[in-house]
Design a protein around this ligand. Structure first.
Ligand code: NI
Length: 185
């Protein structure tokens, strides 16, 4: 399957509210091809997730997967999750501060406040109902990807630009601190 071109910050498709996919259209060749290409594209660029607007398709489709990811080596795993027309319910609005990046905002990381736990509902890859509860980093990934469907980027959610950091500097100065903090628990 082809690797799709990823829209970067500034492209208007990233600021549009994406259209829902009619439930009887999830199994169509068009949507199935889109989902397959999005998974391949997400893996190719080591994304934790990808939303259809990021590949220039303004539809409410997201894919997420965190497994042995070189861009997020310390992150807990999240099995491949495909959701069409996702809805997010903030079941634990207690804030966690999460270091996020985005394939549409290349080579940067910033700290974003996110709800600690969410319930994610919607339709799966074959149109089956999805209903899962996620916390920690996977919950943040869900919130990040679903934000894309409403034209929102993680930088919009940052409370301060002070944490905005290039990836090289993140690896050098921030990641050792995070590992230390985790190890102290
Ligand atoms: Ni993103």
């Amino acid at each position: 399957m082809p690797i799709l071109k990823v829209a970067r910050m500034g492209h208007p498709v990233l600021r549009r509210v994406a259209d829902p996919v009619p439930s009887n259209h999830v199994g169509s060749d068009e949507i199935q091809r889109l989902i397959g290409d999005m998974i391949d594209t997400c893996r190719e660029y080591s994304g934790a997730g990808l939303a259809a607007p990021q590949v220039h398709v303004s539809k409410r489709v997201v894919v997420m997967e965190v497994y042995d990811n070189p861009r997020y080596p310390d992150a807990p795993e999240l099995a491949l999750t495909v959701v069409v027309n996702p809805e997010v319910e903030h079941i634990d609005p207690t804030r966690q501060m999460v270091w996020e990046g985005c394939l549409s905002v290349p080579d940067l990381r910033g700290q974003v406040p996110r709800s600690s736990a969410v319930r994610l509902t919607g339709l799966g890859r074959d149109g089956e109902p999805i209903d899962v509860t996620l916390d920690g980093f996977p919950a943040a990934v869900v919130q990040h990807e679903c934000d894309h469907l409403d034209g929102r980027l993680y930088v919009d959610r940052m409370e301060s630009m002070e944490s905005l950091t290039f990836l090289g500097e993140f690896d050098r100065f921030v990641r050792p601190r995070i590992v230390e903090e985790v190890n102290e628990d």
